[in-house]
Design a protein around this ligand. Structure first.
Ligand SMILES: NC(=O)c1ccc[n+]([C@@H]2O[C@H](COP(=O)([O-])OP(=O)(O)OC[C@H]3O[C@@H](n4cnc5c(N)ncnc54)[C@H](O)[C@@H]3O)[C@@H](O)[C@H]2O)c1
Length: 268
């Protein structure tokens, strides 16, 4: 799909990867709806897009609430006349203590933002995309969704869920001309890396800061470019793309595969 003249919605668009994607989609000619709980960051993203000559609007949405997901899709339709591209991107990491010592409300919130909202956001967007004759959904998973990720079991579980959901929705390409794919970034230079620092002890904080400083960080724009590749390449559906520092981005096939034609599925 050529994004020129299309309508895109980016969750978590007030910061980091979402902001970079919103900017790149607008540069490519899409009208962009920025959805986030952070109104200040959202206004800044909109202003950056407008300064660059693009079109954007902000809608305050808590993506863990079904009615707010439906409202953000309706907002795109009312503001720009439809919805063609959805970037299910907002996500959160968990501070220590690690699971199973994590308080239940913490891991439940991570599950809600990182996985439930991707499922519910997709369900909210598909009818709008059907009205347009098709669309593209790009989810932000993580390399933690395709590897053994020891630092945060809940984060790993949610991101594996996003990859599994994405691959299983390959059939939507044939059925509704909707292509669902996901990006799996390594460590990206965004506020997520330091957001949890105020909640850490002095020792944990020092460890975290040293770790972040020692790691080669991917610029968010590189993840946005991977998202744009999924938008533009009409052949890609049900795919997960790894974006690792210093390596060319590439599709990650499932470890085990038994269906030959990913566009086919069991009868409804
Ligand atoms: N930064 C990394 O190293 C990295 C690596 C792999 C994957 N990711 C994933 O990339 C995505 C974006 O993360 P980022 O690094 O840009 O982080 P970020 O913290 O910069 O941005 C996340 C955005 O999501 C928003 N958000 C959080 N909860 C929300 C809610 N309930 N409703 C609406 N918006 C909400 C935040 O306000 C923020 O603007 C996440 O899914 C994250 O898991 C990040």
């Amino acid at each position: 799909m050529n994004p020129e003249g299309k309508v895109a919605l980016v969750t978590g668009g007030s910061s980091g990867i979402g902001r970079a994607t919103a900017l790149l989609l607008a540069e490519a000619g899409a009208s962009v709806v920025v959805a986030d709980i952070d109104g200040e960051g959202g206004a800044e993203t909109v202003s950056l897009i407008e300064q660059a000559g693009g079109k954007a609007a902000f809608v305050e949405s808590d993506i863990t609430k079904r009615e707010e997901l439906e409202r953000m899709v309706a907002f795109a339709e009312e503001t720009y006349g439809g919805l063609d591209i959805l970037h299910n991107n907002a996500g959160i990491a968990l501070p220590p203590p690690r699971f199973p010592d994590t308080p239940a409300e913490r891991w439940e919130q991570a599950l809600a933002v990182n996985l439930w909202a991707v499922i519910a956001g997709t369900q909210a967007a598909v009818p709008a995309m059907r009205r347009r004759g098709g669309g593209v959904i790009v989810n932000t998973a993580s390399i933690a969704g395709v590897t053994q990720y020891l630092p945060d079991a809940i984060y790993a579980a949610t991101k594996h869920g996003v990859v599994g959901l994405t691959r299983a929705l390959a059939f939507l390409k044939g059925e509704a001309n909707i292509r669902v794919n996901c990006v799996c970034p390594g460590v990206v230079d965004t506020p997520m890396l330091t957001k949890l620092i105020p909640e850490l002890t002095a020792e944990q904080r020092a460890q975290r800061e040293a770790l972040v400083r020692s790691m080669p960080l991917i610029p968010p724009r590189e993840i946005a470019e991977a998202v744009l590749e999924f938008v533009r390449d009409d052949s890609l559906a049900g795919e997960a793309m790894g974006v690792i520092y210093g390596r060319p981005r590439k599709l990650i096939p499932p470890a085990v595969s038994f269906r030959r034609d990913p566009t086919q599925r069991m009868p409804n």
